[in-house]
Design a protein. Sequence first.
Length: 307
Amino acid sequence: MIRWIKPSTRAFFTEPSRDSDDSLSSRLHGYVYGRWPYYYISMATGRHPLSGPAGKVLRAVRVLLRTNDSRARARARIKFAQGYHGKVLPVQEARRLVQVNKSLDLGNLEQVIPYDRARRIVLKNPWHIVALQCPCRASSPHPCEPLQVCLIVGEPFAGFILEHHPGKARSITSHEACRILEQEHARGRVQHAFFKDAMLGRFYAICNCCSCCCGAMQAHRNGVPMLASSGYVASPDQEMCIQCGECADICPFQAITISGETPVVSQDLCMGCGVCVSRCPVQGLKLIRQKDKSPPLEVDSLIYGRS
């Protein structure tokens, strides 16, 4: 092994992958994604100065390959989302995910995360958590603050990010991770457990996403199915409602409208993040299980078999 290669890079390239396509190109893709996340995200969101010319090249390639039709684009969007996607978490489940204090392989999660390549959640050294400056916010011309709210969980990811981005990342305790989650939830941000095929086919981060900066939320609004519902939907109690409109204003997925001073929740748009539930001044909303949504990622039930 070449001596100048960082220890965390060695760890990343030697760690077993859960991705069926564990090729060298996939590993290199993951390395680029983790090594230059700010460039990667800014290009993906179209915020980088080079993204415009690159987009023109890609469109020209689609024309040459005769894939510039709606069905081909839809298939490409679904294939992309199968390899890189987020699962919405109510904040209490996000807290539990950063409080696991032993290495775990939580088994086959295909029934929980409805994407082909998200087979498992593996937590190796889960007590090693790193707070990273959010690449989506950092690439935004008017970013939401604070920036250091992306939580990289477990190895080899936390060590890789900390070693390669010492000025933008820091190790934190599980207690501090919970505090960041609570504060971001109170600000109206959505907690997502993110998976990526090139990141060893595993869960690697909890992101606190705002609808204005987050590239995944913007892609989801534009028809790329990158986000999976928590498995719940918000349900208002009409008798308790005081018609303040706070839930509609705060909803990051624009799933709540006010009809005749009464909140109406779109079952299709609601992702069950629980932001509106926490913001309601009279506790007039709650999350209820929606059977036609993807099953919840409930950490306790996965570890202890609780229903």
